[in-house]
Design a protein around this ligand. Structure first.
Ligand code: ZN
Length: 151
């Protein structure tokens, strides 16, 4: 495993749409391993592949309840709406208030290529939405109100 550099706002890679993973090969497994290491070393709660410069539909999330790895994640159900604070490892030192669904159901593949479904409420739902947005080149500040420096 290896830490990867986190791409910061201003780099075009963060604005591009990521490609569907057609084949879970060794490079994808290595990407997942490296993304988890990079996430934990930066005390993050989620990371999307474009944030390490790879335009593939891969995310990792851990809100303190264990690591979730998802390949080709898709939101298949949403409920409710809630406003809360959000930040991003690619936009350090900035917070904003973003409306997100209160609940989401997400479908994707695990590293073995098996279909998995996760349900998330509150902060976990927010993390899934934030990371999946990255795969479509969308940053939280595109949706945020009250964008401001962290005090
Ligand atoms: Zn982010």
């Amino acid at each position: 495993m290896a830490m990867r550099n986190i791409v910061k706002q201003g780099d075009d890679v963060l604005l591009k749409k990521s490609k569907v993973v057609e084949n879970i090969n060794d490079r994808i497994i290595e990407l997942l391993n490296d993304m988890a290491e990079t996430l934990y070393n930066n005390n993050g709660v989620g990371l999307a592949a474009p944030q390490v410069g790879v335009l593939k539909r891969v995310i990792v999330v851990d809100i303190g309840e264990g690591l979730i790895e998802l390949i080709n994640p898709e939101i298949i159900e949403v409920q409710g709406e809630i406003e809360d604070e959000e930040g991003c490892l690619s936009i350090p030192g900035i917070w904003g208030t973003v409306k997100r669904p209160q609940y989401v159901k997400v479908k994707g593949l695990n590293r073995n290529g098996e279909e998995v479904i996760y349900e998330g409420e509150g902060f976990l739902a927010r993390a899934f939405c934030h990371e999946i947005d990255h795969l479509d080149g969308i940053l939280f500040i595109d949706k945020a109100e009250n964008v401001r420096p962290v005090e």
